[in-house]
Design a protein around this ligand. Structure first.
Ligand code: C2E
Ligand code: MG
Ligand code: MG
Ligand code: MG
Length: 282
């Protein structure tokens, strides 16, 4: 019995693996086409200053509208893009698109010159040798001040190669490009590492913010993470705020910024302009 069941399970496993492999291949060739056919777009999610309740920045998030499969989330295709090296081209596109967009909004008077856009960098992009030149080139081309660009990097991207990471981060900061530690608390870096990789912003992962809905005793790690950031002279951003309770708790903890569906989902460029020009705040 056990043996038969084992065999059957193995077969299911094989079939699943096969399907996953096929899907990966399909996604890879589809990604190549997506780059050439411009199937990507950017959505923008507001980042709100919790003291004033005003929109202080935007995070650019890539969207892929596949002609047959419809919307494919970045959590599905970014890993494939990383595997295949296609992330280089995709990442360049994201940087260029976000920088030009923010510059155009400045020119149109939609946002003021202190407003910044955050762009996610994947681990492999971060390790790219020409990253610095590429960013400098894109900023110059868009006539955008480096202060208007924030780069979001995860702990794991840094831990892949801590030595060169320190170097890259220092160079980016020399150029006045701002840096955010994304998804903080979900990676495997130690606190001593955080100290050796100076960042301007620390983003508390959504999984910690979720626990803020409970009682006082259930605040979990959020108060501690806020303290860590304050001690290290970093601004704190809470990700994934969905309820007024979470927002109230974060305000009482003196968290600087927040982002989440409670304020707004990621929006198209047109919709985000409507939101900003409506002067809305929380
Ligand atoms: P991330 O950088 O941590 O981005 C935040 C994610 O949380 C986004 O998912 C956003 O839509 C989602 N989110 C925001 N507020 C809430 C909320 O209140 N509740 C819930 N449930 N979710 C919320 P998205 O757009 O699907 O992106 C997922 C991840 O994919 C990003 O996580 C980032 O790691 C990666 N990604 C997205 N765009 C890019 C890109 O242009 N380049 C690279 N390299 N990675 C990207
Ligand atoms: Mg991010
Ligand atoms: Mg994040
Ligand atoms: Mg995240």
């Amino acid at each position: 019995h056990a043996k038969a069941a084992g065999k059957a399970q193995y077969r299911i496993f094989q079939t699943t693996m096969h399907r996953v492999a096929l899907q990966l291949l399909q996604t890879e060739s589809d990604l190549r086409r997506a780059i050439s056919q411009q199937e990507f777009s950017l959505n923008y999610q507001p980042i709100v200053a919790l003291d004033s309740g005003k929109i202080a920045g935007l995070e650019a998030l890539i969207r892929w509208n596949h002609p047959d499969r419809g919307f494919i989330p970045p959590s599905t295709f970014i890993p494939v893009a990383e595997e295949t090296g296609l992330i280089g081209e995709i990442g360049t596109w994201v940087l260029r698109e976000a920088c030009h967009q923010i510059r155009n909004w400045q020119k149109q008077g939609v946002i003021d010159p202190t407003f910044s856009v955050s762009v996610n960098l994947s681990a492999r992009q971060f390790a790219q040798l020409n990253l610095m030149q590429q960013i400098t080139h894109i900023l110059a081309e868009a006539e955008l001040s480096p202060r208007c660009l924030k780069l979001e990097v995860t702990e794991s991207a840094i831990m892949d190669n801590p030595k060169s990471a320190a170097d890259i981060l220092a160079k980016l900061r020399q150029q006045q490009i701002q840096l955010s530690m994304d998804d903080f608390g979900t990676g495997y870096s130690s606190l001593s590492y955080l100290q050796s990789f100076p960042m301007d912003y620390l983003k508390i992962d959504r999984s910690f913010v979720m626990s803020l809905d409970g009682t006082e005793e259930q605040l979990g790690l959020v108060p501690i993470i806020v303290k860590i950031a304050q001690t290290m002279n970093m601004k704190v951003v809470a990700e994934g705020i969905e309820t007024p309770q979470q927002l109230a708790q974060l305000r009482s903890l003196d968290c600087d910024f927040g982002q989440g569906y409670f304020f707004s989902k990621p929006l198209t460029a047109e919709k985000v302009v409507e939101l900003i020009t409506s002067g809305c705040h929380w």
